[in-house]
Design a protein around this ligand. Structure first.
Ligand SMILES: Cc1cc2nc3c(=O)[nH]c(=O)nc-3n(C[C@H](O)[C@H](O)[C@H](O)COP(=O)(O)OP(=O)(O)OC[C@H]3O[C@@H](n4cnc5c(N)ncnc54)[C@H](O)[C@@H]3O)c2cc1C
Length: 426
């Protein structure tokens, strides 16, 4: 079973190893990539009675879906203002409602399938690192008025009573958002797809595809699949099988570290079960895991693979800069994962040619958005809706290759500098 060494791998509850595809197989829809996007699509199609085959190059959840922060909250990798500029205000409103539907889908799926090992824990609090409570109150009013979505405003004392850091000012608590063990969630979805008659092959990279006729053929090194529909859900790990898709995204690495077990020390800094994110555009996010015995802390992006150990040093400096009382807390483990970003920072969801679908580029906000991506593609394949058309404004344009990566890194550094300036001025 090929997985990096992560907290999620160490606490994975189901060890099932799935076979490599050997020979020829037929199905209604073949899905390439067993992350959240691929398996949500497969689940919805299998629930509707389709025969599905999922091809995964490594193991279920090997990619970003099995190694992320586990935050499930509404929204996208870019803000509502940008979405409205690209798609228009009415479409932006519908798209935001979809992002809330994605959160509800994960909550409901965990409940329906009884996925206890996903450990859903309610509450995500977003905190400011500069003094500006009015902007948060305005945002909370906007969410309540336009979406009927309630956020609880926390003043500075309320924030600091649970997050013992003088770096923090006001916050907004989202009680409907939650955090999960993403790998256990995903593996339970895989089991449900198989219970419904679907097939998942691991260690089976799609190597070539003939997509032009009504019958699509996807070849692997040891077999081939014939299907009426193909869905590409290869995220930040997309290779050359579909050249159009490969040109349209940038792989961006991001990092997570896990502390040693130290519940008493950790309690001196963080006294909440909420997951926490700070408001900086290049900010950090963290939450307690293992019943409060450890901290899982994420942040930073790079456009070139850097060693997780080096980046863990940076994350640790962030953590102890925020909570000096944690300076004795050791890091036990660090890992990285690749996210897929389009130039417009929005998901790429749609039918690129008859019977060929893509559902990718969810960036760093992928838990809720892969859920709706999978749902919308399944609805499109089943002829139940054309809601995927809402994502037409965010196409498969060229992401810029190496130059695009350089621009992404420069933009990130610029955002970091702006964050630093804003905090310094606070
Ligand atoms: C460290 C980290 C932290 C994050 N934290 C959060 C968070 O807290 N909240 C949030 O909302 N989002 C978060 N994200 C983003 C989120 O995890 C991703 O957006 C989401 O998981 C993407 O899912 P996916 O299915 O598109 O891609 P992936 O999960 O990457 O899956 C793609 C799969 O395709 C497979 N594949 C690739 N090529 C082939 C091929 N040729 N044949 C067969 N299989 C192939 C890969 O092996 C992989 O398993 C984070 C991401 C990272 C990396």
């Amino acid at each position: 079973m090929s997985y990096p060494d992560t907290y999620y791998r160490r606490t994975m509850t189901d060890e099932k190893v799935r076979p490599v595809l050997n020979g020829t197989a037929d199905c209604d829809t073949v899905i390439i990539g067993a992350g959240l996007a691929g398996l949500t699509t497969a689940l919805q199609l299998a629930r509707a009675g389709q025969s599905v085959i999922v091809l995964e190059a490594e193991s279920v959840g090997f990619g970003a879906s099995g190694r992320n922060g586990g935050f499930v909250s509404p929204g996208f990798a870019t803000g509502g203002g940008d979405i409205a500029r690209m798609a228009g205000p009415e479409a932006a409103r519908k798209i935001h409602l979809l992002s809330i539907e994605g959160v509800d889908f994960i909550r409901e799926t965990i409940r329906e399938l009884g996925i206890e090992a996903a450990h859903p824990q309610p509450g995500i609090t977003s905190v400011l690192r500069h003094d500006d409570g009015e902007s948060l109150k305005t945002h909370a009013q906007h969410m309540a008025r336009d979406y009927g979505y309630e956020l609880e405003y926390l003043d500075r004392d309320q924030v600091r009573s649970v997050l013992k850091s003088n770096r923090y000012f006001q916050g907004l608590r989202d009680a409907r958002a939650f955090h999960i063990h993403p790998l256990n969630y995903l593996r339970a979805i895989a089991a449900e797809i198989e219970r419904l008659g679907g097939h998942i092959y691991e260690g089976t990279p799609a190597a070539a595809a003939d997509l032009d006729g009504p019958e699509k053929i996807v070849r692997t090194t040891t077999g081939l699949v014939k299907a009426r529909q193909v869905v590409f859900t290869t995220g930040g790990y997309t290779g050359g099988v579909n050249r159009r898709l490969k040109r349209a995204f940038l792989p961006i690495a991001t990092y997570v570290m896990l502390s040693e077990e130290a519940p008493d020390l950790i309690r001196q800094a963080i006294a909440t079960t909420d997951a926490i994110g700070d408001n900086r555009r290049a900010g950090d996010y963290y939450r307690l895991v293992d019943g409060g015995r450890r901290i899982l802390w994420g942040g930073r992006i790079t456009t070139r693979a850097a060693s997780p150990a080096t980046l863990a040093g940076e994350l640790r400096r962030e953590m102890t800069g925020t909570y000096p009382q944690l300076s004795g807390l050791k890091t036990e483990l660090a890992w990285s994962g690749l996210m897929s970003y389009a130039r417009h920072l929005m998901p790429q969801i749609g039918e690129m040619q008859p019977g060929v679908w893509h559902c990718t580029a969810f960036g760093g906000h992928g838990l809720n958005t892969t859920a709706i991506g999978g749902k919308l593609v399944a609805e499109g394949i089943l002829g139940q809706s054309d809601r995927h058309a809402l994502f037409k404004p965010f196409g498969l344009s060229w992401a810029g290759g190496v130059a695009g990566l350089a621009v992404a890194q420069l933009t990130y550094w610029k955002l970091q500098a702006q964050d630093w300036w804003r905090e310094r001025a606070a």
